[in-house]
Every structure is written in structure tokens, then in C-alpha cells.
Write a protein that binds this ligand. Structure first.
Ligand SMILES: NC(=O)c1ccc[n+]([C@@H]2O[C@H](COP(=O)([O-])OP(=O)(O)OC[C@H]3O[C@@H](n4cnc5c(N)ncnc54)[C@H](OP(=O)(O)O)[C@@H]3O)[C@@H](O)[C@H]2O)c1
Length: 330
């Protein structure tokens, strides 16, 4: 079926300025780490991408290694861009990254100029794009000078292969240094992509303060702790879940009685707020204005729509926040 985007797609989404840049991102963005590889079903992920764009989700996040197999998420996304989103490129913010293992030999991972630039060239070919909107250093490299890694980010912008650059998984001190170098090079860091959820809160120890002070955007990944912060594991392990599929880093060992007890209590609180647990987990992150967008995954279109309804209630009373703290510390 030919795709005609929803004419009302910008009516309900909220857009937030990314730090002090000129770029706005949707408050909810979609990542293609899982569910868009060659092991997945094309009709399903096509429908998820259409649902996203129809709902005002303008930002899609990829990386060289997303799949499986690595690279296939970019290839599949490129196909759908061509078939469905042709003519809408200027309404999309597409990001990709390099940092993790992608090919054999000494130039296939980490943070050298050689790897980053070759990898972006490969990503552009797979996605059939002339440029990406955001190119990230996916992780800091302890063996490459930060000047070289940031210099490569500056270079791809000057080459016209990326419009903006970002960093991911950098701790506050190394993030501050990366931002300083990028600023001096004349290519300011647009955004930081850290892991952040109710169950993973390291960003609260300095990173969010740094990003707020520097005017850099923040797009937390895995805000649902890969599905743990939903009601899906409360009554066993569904066959179509990430844990059952066994393709990623979420395993049954993480479904401890203690964890499930917390999920149960959070789920009850979410219901009191008139939200699903997934919605509450996302609202809880978005209540901080230093967060530009939450970067979610979705294995089906309805899941995405459910998560998007987090935007209906971003307010928390002090009492609710206190109860959440109590559950998370308990
Ligand atoms: N920079 C990095 O190092 C890095 C690392 C990891 C991820 N990321 C980025 O972050 C994105 C999101 O990561 P993630 O997929 O781990 O995020 P997530 O949003 O924490 O988890 C997504 C999973 O949660 C479940 N889910 C989502 N919405 C739901 C709902 N409303 N109700 C019930 N279950 C729901 C689905 O699990 P099922 O599949 O079980 O249905 C879905 O696949 C990635 O695609 C990627 O772009 C970046």
C-alpha cells in the first residue's frame, strides 16, 4: 500500500529545543537498535515507522552496528526511507553512530579518525543518504586522543556528511573535555546520549547538571530499561518479548523477585495516575526540562502509540515523586 503521511501529524507531538541549539526534537524519538534488523519482520517495522511519523515522531536513531546482523537496521531503514518517506527527508532528523565493533581488524571499532570516517561513509551508503543529521561518537576510546575523535566529528560536518555531532556514553569529565574541544573546533556538541531510566540513574550525578549548564541537549536511551519498566513481565515472559527472543542484553536473570516487586508497585502507582507503567516511566524522565527527548524502542506500532501517550501527563506531585523514590530505594 502506498503511504500517505497523516496530515495532522504535527498536531499533538511536543517539540523541545535541543540545548541552546536551533534544532528542536520530538519529546519522544524512536530508536532502531532492536526490531528493525534482518531477523525482524519488514511489514511490522514498516508499520512502526509509519505510525511514528504519523504521530509527529520526526527523529529516528540508528548506529552502524544495529541489526542483527550489524548494519541491517540501516539497510532496512534506507529501503523504507526510499519507498515510504521519499519527499520527506527535510522533515526527518536521522542519526547514526560509530564506536562499537563493526568490522575485522584494527580500524573497525573505537574512536580513531580512520574508523569514524569510514564507518559514516558505510552508514550513508546503507541508508542511501547524502548526509545524516546527527553523527555520534558512540563511546569514548581510552586509547585515542579525544582531540582525534572530536576532530573526526568536526571533519564530517565540514565535509557535509553530518549537520550536527553528539557523544554517547561519555562520563561527565570526559564529556566536558569533548565539548570544550568541539567548541574550539567550531562544531559545538549538539547532544549527549546516555542510558537513563528509573533503574539506571548515573546521569543524575553530574551529567545532567553539566548539560544544563553548557546548553547541550540530552536524549536518554533505554528509558524503559528495555521493557522492564512496563507491565509486560509481571505475569511471566511473553513469547514475543525481548527476553524470550534472547537477541540482546536483557536476560531472564534480570527479572529478579526484587525487581519484579518494584515493577509491581510502580505499575500500581502508574494506574493511579491514569497511565500505563511505560507511560509513567517516560513522563518521569521528561519532567526534567534538561531532557530534550526520550529515545524509546518499540517492537510493534501499538506499543509505540501507548508510549507516546506519556505526553498527556508530565506532571508529578511531590507526593508521587516521593513514593517513586521509596519504591526505587526499597
Ligand atoms: N547509545 C547507546 O549506546 C545506545 C544503547 C542502547 C540503545 N540505544 C538507543 O536507544 C533506543 C531505545 O533503546 P531500547 O530499545 O533499549 O529502549 P526501551 O524503550 O527501554 O525498550 C524498548 C522495548 O520495551 C518494550 N516496550 C516499548 N514500549 C512498550 C510499551 N508501551 N508497553 C510495553 N512494552 C513496551 C519493547 O519490548 P519487546 O521488544 O519485548 O516488545 C521494546 O522493544 C535504541 O533503539 C537505540 O536507538 C543507544
Amino acid at each position: 500500500m502506498p503511504y500517505h503521511p497523516n496530515p495532522a501529524r504535527y498536531a499533538t507531538m511536543q517539540y523541545r529545543r535541543c540545548g541552546r541549539s536551533g534544532l528542536k526534537l520530538p519529546a519522544v524519538s524512536l530508536g532502531l537498535w532492536h526490531n528493525f534488523g534482518d531477523v525482524d519482520v519488514l511489514q511490522n517495522f514498516r508499520a512502526t515507522l509509519r505510525r511514528a511519523f504519523d504521530s509527529g515522531v520526526t527523529h529516528f536513531d540508528l548506529a552502524n552496528n544495529y541489526g542483527p546482523p550489524p548494519g541491517s537496521a540501516e539497510t532496512n531503514f534506507g529501503r523504507i526511507l526510499k519507498e515510504d518517506f521519499r519527499g520527506y527527508r527535510d522533515e526527518l532528523i536521522i542519526s547514526t553512530k560509530a564506536g562499537y565493533h563493526m568490522w575485522e581488524g584494527p580500524y573497525g571499532e573505537w574512536g580513531s579518525r580512520k574508523y569514524l570516517i569510514s564507518s559514516l561513509d558505510q552508514s550513508l551508503k546503507r541508508m542511501r543518504l547524502e548526509y545524516v543529521d546527527i553523527f555520534y561518537s558512540h563511546r569514548p576510546d581510552p586509547d585515542t586522543p579525544l582531540e582525534e575523535t572530536m576532530g573526526a566529528l568536526d571533519q564530517v560536518v565540514r565535509q557535509g556528511k553530518a549537520l550536527y555531532v553528539g557523544i554517547s556514553n561519555y562520563q561527565p569529565a570526559e564529556a566536558a573535555e569533548a565539548m570544550r574541544i568541539l567548541r574550539e573546533l567550531g562544531t559545538p556538541c549538539l547532544i549527549h546520549q546516555p542510558k537513563y531510566s528509573m533503574f539506571e540513574r548515573w546521569v543524575e550525578d553530574g551529567l545532567l547538571d553539566l548539560l544544563g549548564a553548557e546548553g547541550i541537549g540530552c536524549i536518554p536511551f533505554s528509558p524503559l530499561a528495555q521493557g522492564l519498566l512496563t507491565d509486560k513481565y509481571l505475569h511471566g515472559i511473553p513469547d514475543d518479548s525481548r527476553v524470550a527472543k534472547g537477541v540482546g542484553f536483557l536476560t531472564e536473570t534480570q527479572l529478579t523477585p526484587g525487581r519484579l516487586g518494584q515493577v509491581q508497585q510502580l505499575n500500581a502507582l502508574a494506574q493511579e495516575r491514569g497511565q500505563s507503567l511505560a507511560q509513567m516511566a517516560l513522563s518521569w524522565i521528561l519532567r526534567d526540562e534538561r531532557v530534550t527527548s526520550v529515545l524509546i524502542g518499540a517492537s510493534k506500532p501499538d506499543q509505540l502509540s501507548d508510549s507516546l501517550r506519556c505526553l498527556d501527563n508530565l506532571q508529578f506531585s511531590a507526593e508521587e515523586l516521593g513514593r517513586i523514590e521509596g519504591i526505587l530505594r526499597g
